[in-house]
Design a protein around this ligand. Structure first.
Ligand code: ARG
Length: 457
C-alpha cells in the first residue's frame, strides 16, 4: 500500500511491531460503516463516479459478509484493519477499489472508526448500568425497612436500613451514567475528512459523512481531529470511576459473606468452591470485580501516558490507544454483569444484620440526641453522659436498652423511663428522616423516584 518509495521490504521485526491487525480487527464493523459513508459522499460530490461509488459500496458489503461469516484474516503484511479491508476489496472488485481512499487517510479513518467503537462501548456501559440499577432499586424496595449496622471505620456506628445502603450504589451508578453520557455528547463530532492532518483539496462534504455516521457534525480542526484521543480517555475515566464503585460494592459483599459477618448468602451461581476445603463457598466473582477495577485503572493510566508527550499530529504511538480501551470495555461489561447478578440474587440474612445492629451500641447517638432534646442538655455534655452509659453496659456485657433505669439515672439524674423508646434500632432509623436520611419512609421515597427515572413505573 505504501511500497512505492522503498527499495527493500520491512524486516520481520518491523512487520511484527507495526501490525495492529491482531487487535484492531475489532474495528471492522466501524471501518466498513465509515468507508461506506465516505464513498457515498465521494459519489454525491462527483469526486468518484456514481457507478464506481456503487461498485465500491457493494464490494464493502461483500467484505463485511465475509468477515461476519469467517472472521477477519490476520496478515501482518497488511498491518491493520484498514489495509486488510481495502486489499480484500481490491481482490473482489479490482482497481476501482483504489478510489475509496481518495480525500482520506488512515489517520482520519482510524480516528473515526475508533470514535464509533468507543461510542458503542459507552452505550453498552449505559445499558449495563441500567440493569444494575434496576436490581439495586428492586432489592432496596424489598429492604427499605430492614435494619443493619451502618459503619464508619468499619466499626458499628448507627443503625441504617439495607435499602438505604443499596440505594447509595444507585446514586453512585447514576453519576457513572451521567459521566458516560457527558463524554458521549462531547465526543460526538466526526473527524472524517481531516485526512492525514491538514484537510483535503477535494470538494468533500463533511456534514454528509458526519450525519451518515450519527455524529452531531464534523470536528473543526484537522490537526486536532487526527490527534485527539480525549474521547477514549474520557471513556476510560468514566469506566475507571465506575469500576471503583463496582469494586467497593464487591468488597462489601465479600465482607458481608464472611462467616463472622454472615450478612449475606451469595448466589451459588456467582461463587466457587475449594478443591481441598469442602465447606468453602468463595466470593470469586466479587473478588474479580475488585481485581478488574485495578486493571481498568491501569488501562486509563496506560493511555494517558501514551498520549502525554506526543506532538501534533499523528504518531504511531497512537496505535497503542486501542488495546487498553478494548480491555477496559470487556472487563467493565463483565464486572457490571457480575454485580447485577450478585445484587439481584444474593440472599440478605436480615435477622443477622438486625442483631449485629443491636450489638455495638449503635443507638448511642440516639441516647445523646434524646438528652439534648428531652432534657435540654448541650450535645457535648450529652455525649459525655452517653459515653459513661456505654462504658457501664460494656462492662456488664449488655445492650444500652438493657441497663436498668436506676443505673442510667445514677449516671445522670435527668434520664427518665421515656428514653427507652429512643434506644431501639427501629426508633433510631425512623428518626433519621432528614432529606436523604436512612428512615424507611425516606428510602421508599427515593426508591419510588428511582423507579420512575428507570422507566419501571
Ligand atoms: N493502524 C494505525 C493506528 O491504529 C492506523 C493509522 C496509521 N496511520 C499512519 N500514518 N501510519 O493508529
Amino acid at each position: 500500500m505504501w511500497g512505492g518509495r522503498f527499495a527493500e521490504g520491512p524486516s520481520a521485526i518491523m512487520r511484527e511491531i507495526n501490525a495492529s491487525i491482531p487487535f484492531d480487527k475489532a474495528l471492522w464493523r466501524q471501518d466498513i460503516a465509515a468507508s461506506k459513508a465516505h464513498v457515498a459522499m465521494l459519489g454525491q460530490q462527483g469526486i468518484v463516479t456514481a457507478e464506481d461509488a456503487k461498485t465500491i459500496a457493494g464490494g464493502l458489503d461483500q467484505v463485511a459478509a465475509e468477515y461476519e461469516a469467517n472472521g477477519v484474516p490476520e496478515n501482518w503484511d497488511l498491518e491493520d484493519i484498514h489495509m486488510t479491508t481495502e486489499s480484500r476489496l481490491a481482490e473482489l472488485i479490482g482497481a476501482t477499489a483504489g478510489r475509496l481512499h481518495t480525500a482520506r487517510s488512515r489517520n482520519d479513518q482510524v480516528a473515526t472508526d475508533f470514535r464509533l467503537w468507543v461510542r458503542d462501548a459507552m452505550d453498552q456501559a449505559e445499558a449495563g448500568l441500567v440493569e444494575l440499577q434496576t436490581a439495586l432499586v428492586t432489592r432496596a424496595g424489598e429492604h427499605s425497612g430492614s435494619i443493619m449496622p451502618g459503619f464508619t471505620h468499619l466499626q458499628t456506628a448507627q443503625p441504617v436500613t439495607l435499602g438505604h445502603h443499596l440505594m447509595a450504589y444507585y446514586e453512585m451508578t447514576a453519576r457513572d451514567r451521567s459521566r458516560f453520557a457527558d463524554a458521549r455528547a462531547r465526543m460526538n463530532r466526526c473527524p472524517l475528512g481531516a485526512a492525514a492532518l491538514a484537510g483535503t483539496g477535494f470538494p468533500i462534504d463533511r456534514n454528509a459523512t458526519a450525519s451518515a455516521l450519527g455524529f452531531d457534525g464534523p470536528t473543526n480542526n484537522s490537526l486536532d481531529s487526527v490527534s485527539d484521543r480525549d474521547f477514549a480517555l474520557d471513556y476510560l475515566m468514566a469506566a475507571a470511576q465506575c469500576s471503583l464503585h463496582l469494586s467497593r460494592l464487591a468488597e462489601e459483599f465479600i465482607i458481608w459473606a464472611s462467616q463472622p459477618f454472615g450478612f449475606v448468602a451469595l448466589p451459588d451461581s456467582l461463587s466457587t468452591g475449594s478443591s481441598i476445603m469442602p465447606q468453602k463457598k468463595n466470593p470469586d466473582a466479587a473478588e474479580l470485580v475488585r481485581g478488574h477495577s485495578g486493571r481498568i485503572v491501569g488501562c486509563l493510566t496506560a493511555l494517558m501516558i501514551t498520549m502525554k508527550g506526543l506532538p501534533l499530529a499523528y504518531s504511531k504511538d497512537m496505535q497503542d490507544d486501542k488495546p487498553p480501551v478494548f480491555e477496559a470495555a470487556s472487563l467493565l461489561a463483565l464486572s457490571i454483569a457480575a454485580m447485577t447478578g450478585m445484587v439481584a440474587e444474593t440472599k440478605f440474612r436480615t435477622e443477622r444484620m438486625r442483631s449485629a445492629a443491636e450489638l455495638g451500641y449503635a443507638t448511642a447517638t440516639d441516647l445523646a440526641d434524646w438528652l439534648v432534646r428531652q432534657a435540654n442538655i448541650p450535645f457535648r455534655e450529652a455525649h459525655h453522659i452517653t459515653g459513661a452509659a456505654v462504658k457501664l453496659a460494656e462492662s456488664r456485657g449488655v445492650a444500652l436498652d438493657q441497663l436498668p433505669l436506676a443505673d442510667l439515672q445514677a449516671i445522670d439524674s435527668r434520664v427518665t423511663e421515656a428514653v427507652y423508646a429512643a434506644l431501639s434500632v427501629e426508633a433510631s432509623v425512623a428518626a433519621r428522616a432528614s432529606h436523604g436520611g436512612t428512615a424507611p419512609d425516606e428510602v421508599r421515597k427515593r426508591v419510588a423516584e428511582a423507579r420512575i427515572a428507570l422507566g419501571l413505573e
